[in-house]
Write a protein that binds this ligand. Sequence first.
Ligand SMILES: [Zn+2]
Ligand SMILES: [Zn+2]
Length: 319
Amino acid sequence: MANPTIKCLFSAAVLASAVLGGVKVTAAAPLQYNLQPQEIARDTWLLQGKTEDFSRKNGGNIVNTAFIVTKDGVVVFDTGPSFRYGRALRQAIASVTDKPVVHVFNSHHHPDHFLGNQAFQDSTIWSLPETGKQLALHGNGFTDNMYRLVGDWMRDTEMRLPDKPISEAMMSQGLEMGAHRLQFYRFSGHTGSDLVMLDKTTGVLFASDMLFFQRMLTTPHTPGLDIWRQELDKLKAMKYRKVVPGHGPVTEGSAAIDQMRDYLSWLDQRLKKSAEQGLEMVEVINLPVDERFKGISLSQAEYRRSVVHLYPAYEDAQF
Ligand SMILES: [Zn+2]
Ligand SMILES: [Zn+2]
């Protein structure tokens, strides 16, 4: 999720110009996400977002969403950044199957992951209980901010809360849909309430924003870098064949987990040492990220935001 800072307030809308009869007419180009589902495993389809920040050019399509087609219906994992995206996701699903969408899961309370919910009126939308509470408290504020960040892509988007909290029974027993056995896990490193789903049938791990890959991670709601790091070790120990991060490309093996863990350790040390040396926040913000992270999209920008989110606690720990 983006830092609440409004960066692109006045960025230009996508405009197409034409000269008609000597009169220059400027018309908005149609805003279309053109989602292309990629089959990443049997019955399993990914809509991969860009490794960018929210903008009026990408309409907030910076997130990975996915769906699994089973003989009992379709399961959707995250619904994207807007009502328009949710409708495009439904079209993408309809291009692959005529089965109904039965279950939708919202991985956490960041707006790029749940604002497509409105397009799934006829499905049951589930989230972890704490995620539902966070959405009830902050969801409308996130929605307003998205209007400012991506503009008209958001037209008619209103927050639709999840219908049901995932019960303890569902957490422990999982969910069988057709031949697919889905298991759910509660993590907390990214926002305090992060849902991870493993399809035990295909071995695809839907890691939500517990994992970013080749796109720098965001930290506005992390309960702590050490917590996140420990949970990455748990993720790594799980049995999976493919990992779908919340942002960035799908991987086999642990490349995404290793990259994240390396960065979180480095960031923790950077902030600790800076606080020990008595550096001011602005000085820490202006330090460069280590060379090995420079190839990751948005590394310097997200590093700066993370310093703003996290450095005060490191300074406090000095006293
Ligand atoms: Zn996200
Ligand atoms: Zn997030």
